[in-house]
Ligand binder design. Sequence first.
Ligand SMILES: [Zn+2]
Length: 372
Amino acid sequence: MPRAENTTKYMKLRYVLGIAVLFSIQSAVIGQTKQQTENLVIVTLDGMRWQEVFGGVDEVLINDSVFTADRDGLKKMFWAATPEERREKLFPFLWKEILQKGQLYGNRKYGNKIDNANPYWFSYPGYNEIFTGYPDTGVNSNDKILDPNINVLEFINKQPAYKGRVAAFTTWDVFPYILNSKRSGIFVNADVDTLHFTASSLQLINDMQFLTSRPLGVRPDIFTYMAAREYLKTYKPRVLYIAFDETDDFAHEGHYEQYIASAHAEDGMIADLWKTIQSIPQYRGKTTLVITCDHGRGDKPKSNWRHHGSDIPDAQEIWLAVIGPDTKVLGEVKEQGQLYQKQIAATLAELLGLKFTAPHPVAEPIHTIYSK
Ligand SMILES: [Zn+2]
């Protein structure tokens, strides 16, 4: 082959490669900047049923004297003729703000389904699935065992822009193990972990959480919330996780009105959180809020509402709500479809423009949540 032709080919190749490199640099830059989400807030309501999220108070349970002591009082607050009116009374933030500006998945009335992929349908396997994207069958106990799997909060905390700016406030004291705070380096404040902060608001909450009674054997969710809110205002984390607990505990005890009261209060706390987020320049318009649960509960027979676990039919049925600058307005998603809890981890990373990778398999993200 003559030398000149070779050189021309080489030049052509260089030109093509140059364009390709330029193009890939450009798309990498676009890839990094296309997301408007700079901060992430995740909230979980432990064992909160999709039946109440989408239908409001249950007509049978609200009339059942075994589960509801003050039936008239509960009806006065939360009863209405249609599921749409009832759910708005119970979860006004979900059914006003998120309905109008975000997305809600899991209304099985329309065949829109989201389920646990793990086969256990209780807390630790559920939280492992949410945050690792991997329904590891080796994670099958609620005991205080360090989760061997890398979670997405840990992955985010490893990125230079987020290092030391990922925090979790939880009511349940197993979360330091679920999130493996020892290995992951995430700040986890669980149950009555002392709030060692100089901010006076956090010192006050610390005094209160040690002086309050503990009707459920853990700190009341309001202290978890207030500690998280004041930490957000003072220390400005880029990723914040809040894990509530009361709904599951009251359900196990068979107190339907308390289960409902806690669900309603937690919706109010989430509304307050969103208002707080919009009042701070670092967060306003740049924060995505993701709300979900670890597992469902039974419904057939109705008394199964108290229980969950693999022996309770349908306790794998969950729900998911999202609002933020990269989440297009779909409101209540009525399309038939099947999502899984394991898809949440990669979705959280995508919202920040990151691809979650780990030594274990990671399920596909939910595209409709992070791409406008
Ligand atoms: Zn439970």
